[in-house]
Design a protein around this ligand. Sequence first.
Ligand code: ADP
Ligand code: F6P
Length: 324
Amino acid sequence: MEKKIKRIGVLTSGGDAPGMNAVIRAVARTAFRNGVEVKGILRGYAGLLNEEFIDLTTDSVKNIVERGGTVLYTARCLEFMTEAGQKRGAEICRKHGIDGIVVAGGDGSFKGALALSRQGINTIGVPCTIDLDIACTDYTIGFDTAVNTAMEAIDKIRDTSESHERCSIIEVMGRSAGYIALWCGIASGAEEILVPENYDGDEQAIVNRITEQRLKGKTHFIIVNAEGVGHSASMARRIEAATGIETRATIVGYMQRGGSPTARDRVEASVMGQMASQLLINGESNKLVVWKNGKYGSVGIEEALKEHKDLPDDLLIIPGTMKR
Ligand code: ADP
Ligand code: F6P
């Protein structure tokens, strides 16, 4: 007979993402409804190894759905990447009567979850990253908030770029993926979007397009550059030298990781958090909750980590992103 789940843990790991608090709340409330206790594990796997646990209660998870960041803190932990660390993590769970853990994080955190499940502790992952770079799911919590933050930053930069008749290069996050750049670039009507998946390094082509448009009377230009392409400051110097148009670079940076989550992120986090908690309570393990092809579901972590995803062709509509 299946072992009855009495106590679960929840942790947030890797880069934080707006909506993680809504995940924590949904995991806890679903567990409470099922008569299951919840330990909040502070500072990701580092906190697990340091036995930094707090008891979550209905009260302690109230008024957090609207807050950015993570009330459980997040961390990166090298020790957990070793088998000895993973074994110790599982022993600590057994010592504290933790039957399973919901892990909110990205690819790296799910490798940790997979390792923990191999040590006999049930784990379910919830995809949380502003980068949208987890292949098995079409949505990751935090992306919508980050894109809207980046879009608002670009709108503001456009005002001054237009007044000064300048070219502006705006660098947005995404690690080695171009999703944030692509979305906020399209949403803000950028002239160029440079994404690591497609950018061929042909700066001369960008210079030619800008020069051509200047001759037709266009006064200002917005180039959205993904951090995976990078080098925005030196790119700005080269474009200014080649076009004669004053060019400035702005790195939007960590602003994209914070802030109150958008409605989409709160809803996705509430649904996925609830599903993750329920899966764990049902005795499932080693799975990720996903949004795929218009449906919520779950997939095995091992298979999920092997998947690879490309930017959707339909979105590659702006110079710099187009497949040449
Ligand atoms: P993200 O989850 O956002 O991708 P990281 O890649 O930094 O972030 O991973 C977060 C944490 O997950 C790491 O600090 C480490 O504790 C754990 N982790 C990452 N990779 C592995 C791995 N291969 N095996 C076990 N744990 C891992
Ligand atoms: O994965 C989220 C992210 O913000 C990436 O876009 C960025 O490359 C990275 O994390 C920055 O990580 P750190 O917080 O370690 O500087």
